[in-house]
Design a protein around this ligand. Structure first.
Ligand SMILES: NC(=O)c1ccc[n+]([C@@H]2O[C@H](COP(=O)([O-])OP(=O)(O)OC[C@H]3O[C@@H](n4cnc5c(N)ncnc54)[C@H](OP(=O)(O)O)[C@@H]3O)[C@@H](O)[C@H]2O)c1
Length: 270
């Protein structure tokens, strides 16, 4: 019998926050692109369900690694678990994030810490661990899910917006630092997107439920743009024409004018 040459190894994407919302949709996008997957979030049952769906539809290897990433040391435990399974992560998608809407002073110091921990500390820890083998191999991609809130201060989302500004800044710095390494770093900056996160904000805050439908993005459109931007090695992708225009305006206008506008909107929301 003629010897067959070994088929080329499939690449693997690890996605945090894959149990729902933008993360689950990103997982489906990467599956359509033919990537094996490692799915991470706290909800094991939802991850298993998505893994089954993707295995059945695409015949890919999908590994479920449930984890509460906010627990101290969780990114290291996850990195070690991936290594133990001899999985090479070609694409890291840092999507898990948490939002809280309302007056800064009405939130407990612990809640502020939780936002900063998951959105900033954990994300940085994940990047610093997973980027090293990518640099060694001379190839890899990182997709960090930031937000349109990264471009300007957002009263009523003060801590959340500050965490996303960090994610955007980190992404831009790294994309330049790693320019000739074969590793790309992309920030996906969605506007308001129909997910559980927004449903929760609506429940907690009546002002959030008054948003006109044209301001709310479709989760699959957002994920498709994130996938495309990551694969193209783009540095910043803002899905939606209105969001894109707002992000340009926020960068072009004087800071005092941006604060005045976001202040007006923010005070309406709290
Ligand atoms: N929706 C929007 O309007 C919007 C706009 C701009 C940016 N974003 C950003 O997009 C990302 C995804 O948001 P989403 O709207 O899809 O939110 P979502 O529907 O609430 O999903 C959040 C995901 O993160 C996971 N997660 C939360 N805490 C975690 C933890 N401690 N450890 C591990 N996983 C955790 C959740 O899974 P478990 O509960 O199972 O752990 C879930 O899979 C976030 O970074 C968010 O800031 C969202």
């Amino acid at each position: 019998m003629a010897r067959r040459s070994k088929p080329p190894a499939r690449e693997t994407a690890l996605i945090t926050g894959a149990s729902g919302g933008i993360g689950a949709s990103l997982a489906r996008q990467f599956a359509c692109g033919g990537f094996d997957l490692v799915l991470v979030a706290r909800s094991r049952d939802k991850l298993e369900e998505l893994a089954e769906e993707i295995r059945a539809e695409h015949g890919l290897n999908v590994t479920v690694l449930p984890a509460d990433l906010s627990v101290h040391g969780a990114p290291k435990t996850l990195f070690d678990a991936v290594k133990k399974k001899k999985l090479e992560i070609d694409i890291l998608v840092n999507n898990a994030g948490v939002l809280e809407m309302g007056a800064f002073a009405a939130m407990t110091p612990e809640r502020h810490q939780e936002l900063i921990n998951l959105n900033v500390v954990v994300l940085t820890d994940m990047v610093s661990r997973f980027v090293e083998p990518m640099i060694e191999r001379g190839r890899g991609r990182i997709l960090n899910v930031a937000s349109i809130a990264a471009f300007q201060p957002v009263p009523s989302l003060a801590t959340y917006a500050a965490t996303k500004a960090y994610v955007l800044s980190l992404t831009e710095s790294l994309s330049e630092e790693l320019k000739h390494s074969g590793v790309t770093v992309t920030a996906l900056c969605p506007g308001i997107t129909e997910t559980g996160m927004v449903a929760q904000a609506r429940e907690a805050n009546p002002a959030a439920s008054q948003l006109p439908p044209f301001m709310i993005g479709d989760v699959d459109d957002v994920a498709a743009q994130g996938y495309a931007a990551c694969m193209a090695g783009e540095v910043i992708r803002v899905p939606g024409a209105l969001n894109y225009a707002a992000s340009i305006a926020a960068r072009a206008a004087p800071k005092w004018a941006v604060r005045a506008v976001t202040g007006m909107m923010g005070r309406f929301a709290i």
